[in-house]
Write a new protein. Structure first.
Length: 408
């Protein structure tokens, strides 16, 4: 089968692109022919058609006034360079199916037009909440929020959800509203949700509910033979941004009564400087920041740690960091939000209430002082990822999805 994978990034920039690259390599190993489409970038992995990729675009800054918002919105809603590049690659590669990942903003659903004209089916793995929330995060200034699901995308403007800016919030709300009004994603035959939580949100928001299917990610990391050799440390892996709740983990490790309790923070992001200051003030000598590191370094750190934490203050979907921890035989202490409870329970770790570092500290102390519980939870976690997230099962399920979308 000839498969074209599409994401705005063709490098390990976040979970969606990493999943896509791992999946593509696995599919090649199973005899499929795989190519990629993304924005141009010097750090991209090599690709056959990279000379045709549309230019790199970044939307990291809020637009300056409504004029800037209108100009940016035009690109976000309909990207002619991305559409034309897709048309050329489709003509050259002639895929049997196109598998979409994160295409929002920079590529836009305009890339679906050449697929529709050529009669090429498309499926989409929904990695985040963009289709139901203009700002992706389902988070307003008061905490987790589903107002746009219940009342419409204008809620993002009323609440100024995008960086507190009226113009930026209006921009993404208009983008989402136009895509919904004009059925911009209508050519997609299947929306693959990695969690039941996300699937239910898509159905509640009326995002082609009859096309939504739950398909958990496969995870192809060789597990540790036996959980052991742990150093009693706690590890966080992920982006250092407010919604991830790294500050909660830092405060918790500062409150922990276990002698030598230590938190390793693996990742980078906009909150790194204030988080370092917080660690120095509230957990002196108990937090080590490693910055952004490669996957092998992450796995090596997990294999020697005792607990992983994900004290998020917003809805997670199916965090790859949890699957990484489980594969390494590490139980997870995670927030009781979103898709996290579908992975973490009393057999694989512990759930905690969001925004409660004191509770997290008690849970960490209890586990760190009970090596037998840690070993039992780690074994259960490892078993779960090996059964529910078997990559061979995932690949076979995707083959079925593709086959059902390809017209005879």
């Amino acid at each position: 089968m000839r498969i074209l994978h599409v994401d705005k990034f063709l490098r390990r920039q976040g979970g969606a692109a990493s999943y896509m690259l791992d999946l593509g390599r696995a599919q090649v190993g199973h005899g499929h022919e795989v190519e990629y489409f993304a924005m141009s970038h010097p750090d991209n992995e090599p690709a056959t058609y990279d000379a045709l990729f549309p230019p790199y675009l970044a939307f990291d800054e809020a637009p300056s006034g409504m004029g800037g918002a209108v100009t940016m919105a035009r690109t976000m809603v309909r990207s002619r360079p991305a559409r034309d590049a897709m048309a050329e690659i489709v003509e050259r590669f002639r895929p049997d199916v196109v598998h979409l990942h994160n295409i929002y903003h920079q590529l836009s659903p305009s890339i679906l037009q050449p697929l529709r004209r050529a009669g090429i089916p498309a499926v989409m793995t929904v990695h985040d909440f963009k289709l139901v929330c203009p700002t992706y995060r389902m988070l307003d200034r008061n905490g987790p929020c589903d107002a746009c699901v219940r009342k419409g995308f204008h809620q993002a403007v009323i609440r100024r959800c995008n960086r507190g800016s009226l113009a930026a919030s209006a921009l993404v709300a208009v983008e989402s509203s136009l895509h919904r009004t004009f059925h911009s994603y209508g050519h997609i035959g299947k929306f693959l949700a990695p969690s039941e939580f996300l699937a239910e949100l898509l159905r509640r928001a009326d995002v082609y509910p009859e096309r939504v299917q739950v398909l958990r990610h496969g995870f192809g990391v060789d597990p540790v033979a036996t959980p052991g050799g742990r150093d009693g440390s706690v590890v966080f892996v992920g982006r250092l941004s407010p919604e991830k709740g790294v500050d909660i983990a830092i405060r918790a490790i500062g409150l922990a009564a276990t002698p030598g309790a230590h938190l390793h923070v693996l990742g980078s992001g906009p909150e790194e400087r204030p988080l370092r200051a917080l660690a120095a003030a509230e957990a002196p000598g108990r937090v080590t920041f490693h910055g952004h590191v490669g996957r092998e370094a992450v796995l090596n750190r997990l294999r020697t740690s005792s607990i992983a934490v994900l004290t998020a203050r917003y809805y997670e979907n199916q965090p790859m960091s949890i699957l990484e921890a489980f594969a390494c035989g590490v139980p997870v202490v995670g927030s009781d939000l979103g898709g996290i409870p579908e992975l973490v329970d009393d057999t694989t770790g512990r759930l905690v209430q969001p925004e409660d570092p004191a509770q997290v500290a008690v849970v960490l102390d209890t586990l760190l002082q009970s090596p037998s519980d840690l070993e039992r939870l780690g074994r259960n976690a490892q078993d779960r990822v090996m059964t529910r997230h078997d990559p061979a099962v995932h690949l076979a399920a995707l083959d079925d999805v593709y086959a059902n979308e390809i017209k005879p």
